[in-house]
Every structure is written in structure tokens, then in C-alpha cells.
Ligand binder design. Structure first.
Ligand SMILES: [Zn+2]
Length: 45
């Protein structure tokens, strides 16, 4: 699984089994799942 740190914007490779998601580059905990251009403006429902 590929994740992207929201702080340094580096790719973070983590174990999906692990509970903690920490960026090894900046030790930031803000990591987003890397998806193919997920740009949903508004989810109307
Ligand atoms: Zn980072």
C-alpha cells in the first residue's frame, strides 16, 4: 500500500497491519492514502 505524507509529501510505505502510520521522513502522523487523483468536489447524497 502506498501512502503519502501530508507534511513532507513523501511516499510512505507502511504495513497495513500496523495501527500507527508514521512518516519515516518527518515523523509526521498525517498520512493519506495514495489514490489516483481522488478529487471529489462534493458528495451529494
Ligand atoms: Zn512526512
Amino acid at each position: 500500500m502506498s501512502y503519502v505524507c501530508t507534511k513532507c509529501e513523501n511516499e510512505v510505505d507502511i504495513d497495513p497491519l500496523g495501527d500507527k502510520i508514521i512518516c519515516p521522513h518527518c515523523s509526521g502522523r498525517a498520512v493519506l492514502k495514495k489514490r489516483s487523483e481522488e478529487s471529489n468536489p462534493v458528495k451529494a447524497r
